[in-house]
Ligand binder design. Sequence first.
Ligand SMILES: Nc1ncnc2c1ncn2[C@@H]1O[C@H](COP(=O)(O)OP(=O)(O)OP(=O)(O)O)[C@@H](O)[C@H]1O
Length: 316
Amino acid sequence: MIRAEALAKAYGTKQAVDGVSFTVQPGKVTGFLGPNGAGKSTTMRMIVGLDRPTAGTVTVNGRKYAEHSAPLREVGALLEAKSVHKSRSARTHLRALAATHSIPNSRVDEVIELTGLGAVARKKVGGFSLGMGQRLGIAVALLGDPQTLILDEPVNGLDPEGVQWVRNLARHQAAQGKTVFISSHLMSEMALTADHLIVIGRGRIIADAPIEQIIEGRSLPTSRVKTDHVDSLMNALAAEHVQLTRVDAETVQVVGLDSRMIARRALDHQILLHELTPIQQSLEDAYMSLTQDEVEYHSHLGNELAASANGKQGLK
Ligand SMILES: Nc1ncnc2c1ncn2[C@@H]1O[C@H](COP(=O)(O)OP(=O)(O)OP(=O)(O)O)[C@@H](O)[C@H]1O
């Protein structure tokens, strides 16, 4: 279990992490999401003692990272900054790390196998692709068979097979009762991987809940309705909290009314509907709506693309 209490980090006048409190529970995959510069890496670095908090505390299984006698056996971490001698082979690197924690060479062979590095384990790390480097980072994280796994953007640079492999690995570790904390920009990936989400924006927690709750909590009911009497239907449904968009001559998208209420209003006004389809919001939509005020650098083009993608989704 990871517990942060009023954890904060300032770089000069920049408040990178602004007093966050959260708990990451064992037996689950917890996703750590947030826009660029939100404070994810800084938080993760503080968990493993690579950055010193300016205020607050963070513990892993009740102790600060540095207070664990064999940290590699307690916490395995893949963080963005890697310190690997480029002229060493992956195997030598892993063996050197294992030796510092009295981890047997047989475990080195196991993690090489587990991370699919078998074919390149004797090659120099300097020549590794980004994906191979990520796999080596994950092999290091797994070396001590730790109770807690912290992975910062683990799918960066991985091909689809690699992405699926990370997902299975995370789920498998959580199923064994381990604490798994993963940061990612890929909402769609988190939807498939995480049980619980902590969302951070500008150094503050903006959501901390099971994944379904985040999707449901942020989404207004949305439906696609077809009728031969679009104008009459739009008049019948019009209200301050309801958004109506005419999609084509017979289709309206309705946001802010559930489908039961739409059917009731149509019946009251004697309007025949020939389609009424509730549309599920994606995690991506929920995330965009949560973080829209928290992004450090807004991209207008990005927002327009997202809006048009959302519109398209509603029409599928
Ligand atoms: N060493 C540093 N010195 C100064 N500012 C820093 C340093 N490290 C991070 N920051 C700033 O702190 C804020 C949080 O950065 P951090 O890397 O933790 O965010 P992040 O959520 O991991 O972002 P990304 O997804 O882009 O990696 C950013 O504004 C960043 O510019």
